[in-house]
Design a protein around this ligand. Structure first.
Ligand SMILES: [Fe+2]
Length: 384
């Protein structure tokens, strides 16, 4: 039995439900630095709405846009330099996981100008105390990463393209604003991929070696809602009820996993992202049923999946996930996406090693050997 770690569910203010973006009007501060991704938040008008609401609170905004997927350290550092010049007391991460993660990481370098390199915040180096200069607000535009209630960031090293996952409760956003209206313009493919990321969070938290009474309640509720509502949100993205349930479920799964961690679906997805640039949610979705089949060798995992399947009125949870992927138009195996099999097989050893060393591996119900990881990478590629 592992010693329990203290649970932390979100920062100091957690807002969710339709229209809660208005909460921005009540913030106290002078200058807000808004970090956002490509152009979707500008096009949808949400960025302007955020600026206007902050302005109603007497807060002046500066926008840093163009954060790429899986942000590079150079982008993070450029943002931190702009923050140092502007001097905000509020930082807003507005967008998908990448924009929110970038905002979190920029915040660390803004608060501590003595830090200048990515390695400065990679363990064993600690995340120093934050909140001397600014508080962090996160506003998700996807229902997936749950970065708004998580302690982690994923930052890509420029030279190697290795993606570093860094987690520390100090980076938990102070204020999370989960308004479904912000997510409504997400296209179907992004809805599907980010939704499967959220489902993977719930299912990995549920069988984590650190799972506990409270994380199980959160993870199981989120899993059931996502399995039921993700196909609906995918079909009819303009339906705010579906969007609201998906965003709430993503956040709820996030509260579970940020406390009890994940498993090897994430270890393998991080690795595939580093080697082949495959998007995180898509990698999760493809890998998930294979790892669940592997995990079923463990009694606890097998019983946990069976109990959830029963509640869903299904025979077998792995089949439920496979059918869900089919409904969402997600590939059954990786060879549909990465065509060059020889290139994939050539890096099998390296990938198995990277996945073995990923922080998420140690809470998987079965700690896989390098050989087992290699077998899994082959199965995920070829299908079976
Ligand atoms: Fe994830």
């Amino acid at each position: 039995m592992n010693m329990m770690r203290p649970m932390k569910l979100a920062g100091s203010e957690l807002m969710f439900g339709r229209g809660c973006l208005e909460h921005l009007k009540t913030l106290k501060g002078e200058k807000a630095f808004i970090v956002t991704g490509g152009s979707s938040m500008r096009k949808s008008g949400i960025l302007q709405k955020v600026i206007d609401l902050l302005s109603e609170a007497g807060i002046k905004s500066e926008v840093f846009s163009g954060v790429e997927p899986d942000p590079f350290f150079s982008t993070v550092y450029r943002g931190a330099e702009a923050m140092k010049a502007f001097g905000p007391d509020i930082i807003v991460g507005l967008g998908g996981g990448s924009a929110m993660d970038a905002a979190k990481a920029m915040w660390v370098y803004y608060e501590h100008p003595e830090l200048t390199m990515l390695s400065d915040i990679i363990p064993p180096n600690p995340i120093p105390k934050l909140r001397n200069k600014a508080r962090l607000v996160c506003i998700p535009s996807t229902s997936g990463t749950a970065s708004e209630v998580s302690r982690s960031v994923v930052i890509t090293e420029d030279e190697t393209h290795v993606k570093y996952g860094i987690g520390n409760m100090e980076m938990m956003p102070d204020i999370a604003i989960c308004d479904p209206e912000v997510t409504v313009t997400m296209p179907p493919s992004i809805t599907a991929e980010t939704g499967m990321d959220a489902l993977t969070h719930a299912l990995e938290a549920l069988v984590s070696k650190r799972a506990n009474y409270l994380s199980n309640i959160l993870a199981a509720a989120a899993a059931k809602d996502i399995i039921h509502y993700l196909p609906k949100a995918y079909e009819d993205g303009s339906n705010l009820d579906y969007r609201e349930i998906m965003l709430n479920a993503s956040m709820t799964a996030g509260m579970a996993f940020t406390n009890v961690s994940l498993g090897i679906v994430h270890s393998m997805a991080h690795t595939m992202g580093s080697f082949f640039g495959i998007s995180h949610g898509l990698a999760d979705a493809i890998i998930l049923p294979y790892v669940m089949t592997f995990n079923q060798e463990d009694e606890f995992a097998k019983n946990t999946y069976a109990a959830l399947a029963k509640e869903l009125g299904a025979e077998d949870l792995v089949s439920v996930i496979r059918e869900l992927n089919d409904t969402l138009g997600i590939a059954r195996s990786l060879n549909e996406i990465i065509k060059d099999e020889a290139a994939y097989m050539e890096v099998l050893d390296e990938m198995a090693n990277m996945a073995k060393n990923d922080g998420c591996t140690k809470t998987n119900p079965i700690i896989p050997t390098i050989e087992q990881l290699k077998e899994l990478f082959v199965k995920v590629y070829r299908g079976n």
